[in-house]
Design a protein around this ligand. Structure first.
Ligand code: GLP
Length: 239
């Protein structure tokens, strides 16, 4: 794991956008795995500000809530529209997000895995990390071989994300997510963490013993992972 400590959230967001822009310069038709959550908002803003063309890029989002239609304001479809797609030239046919309202969930997850494989596999996956170590929506206990599937959200995740659902109805209890195996299949992984609330899980992820109880520790086994931190997220690292 290559760990970079940046001065603040703006600096780490800008660095993440630079890494993506560099990949797209080298490989205009790069296959990107994209995150949601509050952490990547600055990264998307920085990427948009760079005004590079993403016209040949293909994107696959990590996850989506079960039961939320794309037009629901808290769906990850809506999130992506707001933070990225309305500002850039990624072609609609090249934007992939799991359908949380698919009638046949298993078929939907299989279709997604097949689409990633048919595209040639993920070149770069960008991740945030949950307080309990989840990546995508792979909660503690997920086997590292897991592929895209339906999962139940952990209590801690429900609590953390409830703030987004204040005025927009009850929060979904399940999600569709790329598996840890799907994520580890990417050629390169970038993980962003910001703020002191993430310091403990960052320490676990970088310096802790790899174990299924902390999904993000699976990344230690991947040959090309860059962890971008701001100062506060890095405070508990020993080196
Ligand atoms: C969400 C997403 C994850 C994200 C995590 C952290 O539930 N499914 O992909 O990394 O929680 O979110 P935040 O960046 O808001 O702390």
């Amino acid at each position: 794991m290559h760990v970079e400590r940046h001065a603040d959230y703006a600096a780490l967001s800008h660095r993440a956008a630079e890494i993506v822009a560099e990949l797209v310069r080298q490989k205009p038709d790069a296959i990107l795995g994209l995150p949601t959550g509050s952490t990547p908002e600055g990264f998307y803003a920085a990427l948009v500000a760079m005004q590079i063309s993403l016209a040949s890029v293909r994107t696959f989002n990590l996850d989506e809530y079960v039961g939320l239609p794309p037009e629901h304001p808290q769906s990850y479809h809506a999130y992506m529209q707001k933070h990225l797609y309305q500002h850039v030239d990624v072609r609609p046919k090249n934007r992939h997000i799991l359908n949380g309202t698919a009638p046949d969930v298993e078929a939907e997850c299989l279709r997604y895995e097949e689409a990633i494989a048919a595209a040639g596999g993920l070149d770069l996956v960008i991740l945030g990390v949950g307080h309990n170590g989840h990546i995508g929506f792979n909660e503690p206990g997920t086997p590292w071989s897991a592929r895209t599937r339906k999962v139940a959200l952990a209590e801690r995740t429900l609590q953390a994300n409830a703030r987004f659902f204040g005025g927009t109805g009850p929060m979904p209890t399940h999600a569709l997510t790329m598996g840890i195996g799907t994520i580890l299949g990417a050629k390169q992984i970038l993980l962003l963490a910001s703020g002191e609330g993430k310091a403990e899980i960052v320490r676990e992820m970088v310096e802790g013993k790899p174990r299924v109880e902390v999904p993000a520790t699976a990344l230690q086994a991947h040959p090309r992972v860059t962890v971008l931190l701001d100062k506060s997220a890095a405070t508990l690292l020993s080196r």
